[in-house]
Ligand binder design. Structure first.
Ligand SMILES: [Zn+2]
Length: 122
C-alpha cells in the first residue's frame, strides 16, 4: 500500500465528514420535506451496473454528493445538491436525469449514473 496516497484518501474522507456536518439537516434546509429517496444506477466500463438507494429523512444531513465507483477517483463524484434544491423549490415529486463523474484524474474507468429522485412533502 502506498502510504501517502492512503493518507490523502483518509484526508478526503475526513473532509467529506466535515462537509456533511456543516451541511446541517434536511429539516433545517427543507422543512417542508418528509422524505427524499435517491435511486442511482451506476454504470462503469467493463463492470456490471449497480443500483444504490439513498434515503433521507428530516434528521439526515442535507448532503447530496455521492462518490464515484472508481477507487482512486480524484475530485470526482456526483453532486445532486442543485438537482434536489431546484426540485424542492418547485415542489416536484420526481426527477430523473443522468450525470458523468467529474473526476480530474486521467483514468477512463470513472462511472456514469442515471438517477431518479423522489421527494415526499409534509
Ligand atoms: Zn470518478
Amino acid at each position: 500500500m502506498n502510504n501517502s496516497k492512503h493518507a490523502a484518501r483518509m484526508e478526503r474522507m475526513q473532509d467529506i465528514m466535515q462537509q456533511k456536518r456543516e451541511a446541517g439537516s434536511v429539516a433545517t434546509h427543507f422543512p417542508e420535506v418528509a422524505n427524499i429517496v435517491m435511486n442511482m444506477t451506476y454504470t462503469q466500463k467493463g463492470a456490471r451496473s449497480i443500483l444504490r438507494t439513498f434515503n433521507f429523512t428530516p434528521s439526515s444531513y442535507a448532503f447530496f454528493i455521492v462518490n464515484c465507483l472508481r477507487k482512486d477517483c480524484v475530485d470526482g463524484g456526483f453532486d445532486l445538491t442543485q438537482v434536489i434544491t431546484t426540485m424542492i423549490k418547485n415542489r416536484r415529486v420526481e426527477v430523473k436525469g443522468a450525470l458523468s463523474c467529474t473526476g480530474t484524474d486521467s483514468s477512463t474507468d470513472h462511472s456514469d449514473i442515471v438517477y431518479e429522485v423522489a421527494v415526499q412533502y409534509i
